[in-house]
Design a protein around this ligand. Structure first.
Ligand code: ATP
Length: 236
């Protein structure tokens, strides 16, 4: 098995990492993208978010990672109402999340090891404590021989795997991943799913947005579907 991320010893403040009540969202001067979204992700749940291109999957994830604020309704994370949270309060909350973005957002001046180790460094851990774990994780995602490579020297698929390694490295309470297997082949996609599932079994709440309804169905996770701005459960 891949990893045994050291989870924080502190108990979770809430058994509901995510709660949306009547949440709406729209970009300026455009029709609303999300309407009356009601969703609770309980601790240790695993959900896929599907829906056609443009349905609002990324927009919903951007609300959850606090890159955007709802234009209606109420959003709570880890038991706190964050609907109107101030920007300066966001980084601390984000430390409890592992985020995989569609454009990866790796740091170009850091090599693969340092990128993957970033959440551990931010958590104040010492390199000697985490170096073996980081190497083990990079091996697991197939980057064992690319440890000293900078992101710009990695292929799209390798960057995606590195972004996932970074997101899961510190054993976050909540993983929010946007098309995390979009740039890898099916065998690697299944391997990466094992990583998410292994963390999920340890209590991490996982939400993955994906076009790939096959991988969603195979995962056995609850599937949520966005269509016309509304959310419903189930495939198709
Ligand atoms: N920054 C923005 N400003 C204005 N409109 C936006 C912005 N980002 C997205 N949109 C629009 O919001 C709608 C939802 O986009 P979003 O990226 O959330 O969909 P998606 O389901 O993630 O799509 P995809 O599967 O193609 O990534 C689309 O109509 C899109 O054009």
């Amino acid at each position: 098995m891949p990893l045994s991320p050291r989870r924080a010893a502190v108990p979770l403040a809430s058994s509901e990492p995510v709660r949306l009540e009547g949440v709406g969202f729209g970009y300026a001067n455009r029709p609303d993208v999300l309407r009356d979204i009601n969703l609770v992700l309980t601790r240790g749940s695993f959900h896929f978010l599907t829906g056609p291109s443009g349905a609002g999957k990324t927009s919903l994830l951007r609300l959850l990672t606090l890159a955007e604020r709802p234009t209606a309704g109420r959003l709570s994370l880890f038991g706190s109402d964050v609907t109107g949270i101030a920007d300066q309060e966001v980084p601390l909350l984000r430390r409890r999340m592992g985020m995989v973005f569609q454009d990866f957002r790796l740091l170009d001046h850091l090599d693969a090891f340092e990128n993957a180790a970033l959440p551990l460094r931010l958590a104040g851990r010492r390199r000697a404590e985490y170096a073996d774990d980081v190497r083990e994780m990079l091996n697991w995602v197939g980057l064992g021989d690319r440890i000293t490579a900078r992101p710009q020297a990695l292929s799209g698929g390798e960057q995606q795997r590195l972004a996932i390694a970074r997101a899961v490295m510190a054993g976050p309470d909540l993983i929010i991943a946007d098309e995390p297997t979009g740039s890898v082949d099916p065998a690697m996609a299944d391997r990466l799913m094992v990583l998410f599932q292994s963390l999920n079994r340890q209590g991490t709440t996982v939400l993955i947005a994906s076009h790939d309804e096959n991988i969603a169905a195979r995962s056995g996770a609850t599937v949520l579907r966005l269509s016309g701005g509304f959310l419903r459960e189930g495939l198709g």
